[in-house]
Ligand binder design. Structure first.
Ligand SMILES: O=C(O)C(=O)C[C@]1(C(=O)O)C=C[C@@H](O)C=C1
Length: 370
């Protein structure tokens, strides 16, 4: 009996330690991934790829920080020789780089992956950035090829910070991705659902699942990012908590999807814009922005102009101009089908009815079903 108990204890301990190893391997690979992302960005900054002097520095650094008793300097050097080789391979490849805001597993990244698979159809890598402005700055400087920004959510409306960031840039909209937002309740694989008390996520995701959380008496904890909440849950092994995030975040951080599609409104969609330095010559939709004179009927005149040419508006949003008080800037998206043959004439006519008209871009829209 005592022997059997001893075996049980050993088996339990073995399983526990192996679980820790799995978690550590996930962390190591995520960190390696991050290192390769930085190497890709460095690749765009410098001319020739191989830098033997820097490689010597890297190798001597890893030798000096490796614990001689465990990792050992020889092992560290061998391992990093492979890492450097992979860095060089990636840098000399021709993959396009697409910046998104947030952490891996963010809905923006899912939209970017749809763009790659269904529109771009070539090798491309998604890179995380902290802010919309960082993305725009990197596209403008040619350090990445595209950026993706959320512009509108079907439940919450326009996302002004992204719109202003685009307005202050020299970039163009080249594609729209409309993505269904399916929030999932994510937990550690070992979590007993009965022990969950707290749910971490971005305030907007928590708000979109309010009724679900209330029904189960779960306490919301706000976090800056949905994917970041998933990563926190995984790295801190929080067994009394869950996160709201995407299925992709579950896959990346080794979490389990306890329940899918937990948002209160099933038709939650976000539209994302893909931005580029190059404008497209054609597209089924067009985005423009303009100011209007402060007089009665100014907006009506513009709407009548669209109506008279049977041009369908797909979005009209007004936001404070920011440069002057009480002045509003309009953001209008329209279908180009009716005016494609005389597009420049149509835009010139619109320009005459507005002030400071700016073309934000011609684009096609990809509506993702699942
Ligand atoms: O630091 C650089 O210049 C890089 O390109 C990065 C890196 C690396 O992965 O550390 C990759 C290839 C170079 O030969 C040297 C270093």
């Amino acid at each position: 009996m005592a022997l059997e108990n001893g075996m049980d204890e050993r088996t339990t301990e073995l399983a526990r330690l192996r679980e820790i190893i799995d978690t550590l391997d996930t962390k190591i690979l995520l960190l390696l991934n991050e290192r390769f992302e930085i190497a890709l960005r460095i690749g765009r900054l410098k001319g020739s790829i191989v830098d033997p002097v820097r490689e010597d520095e890297v190798l001597s650094h890893v030798r000096s920080v490796s614990n001689e008793l465990l990792v050992g300097s020889k092992f560290a050097e061998r391992m990093y020789a492979s890492v450097l080789q992979r860095s060089r391979e990636l840098q000399s490849g021709s993959a396009k780089l697409i910046g998104f805001q947030g952490e891996h597993g963010a809905y923006s990244e899912i939209a970017a992956l749809k763009f790659i698979a269904e529109v771009l159809r070539e090798r491309a890598v998604t890179l995380p950035f902290r802010t919309f402005e960082d993305i725009i700055d990197n596209v403008e400087r040619g350090l990445i090829d595209y950026g993706i920004l959320p512009v509108q959510n079907s439940l919450e409306g326009p996302i002004p910070s992204a719109t202003y960031a685009l307005l202050e840039s020299d970039l163009y909209v080249v594609c729209e991705i409309v993505l269904p937002i399916r929030h999932c309740l994510l937990t550690l694989p070992e979590t007993d659902p009965r022990n969950i008390r707290f749910v971490y996520s971005h305030p907007q995701a928590l708000a979109q699942c309010r009724n679900f959380l209330k029904r189960l008496s779960l306490e919301s904890v706000e976090y800056y990012d949905t994917a970041g909440a998933a990563r926190k849950l995984a790295s801190e092994r929080m067994s009394n908590a869950a996160a709201i995030g995407s299925e992709l975040a579950a896959k990346i951080y080794g979490l389990e999807v306890l329940k899918e599609s937990i948002q209160d409104y099933p038709h939650n969609r976000t539209s994302f814009w893909i931005l580029s330095k190059e404008t497209r010559a054609t597209g089924s939709k067009c985005a423009v922005t303009f100011l209007l004179e402060d007089r009665p009927g100014a907006l009506l005149g513009v709407l009548e102009y669209f109506k008279s040419r049977e041009v369908n508006l797909t979005r009209i949003v007004s936001l404070p101009s920011r440069s002057e008080p009480h002045v509003y800037r309009f953001f209008v998206d329209f279908e180009t089908e009716r005016v494609l043959d005389s597009f420049d004439v149509f835009v010139a006519g619109l320009k005459a009815k507005t002030m400071e008209l700016r073309m934000l871009g011609l684009y096609d829209s990809l509506v993702v079903e699942r």
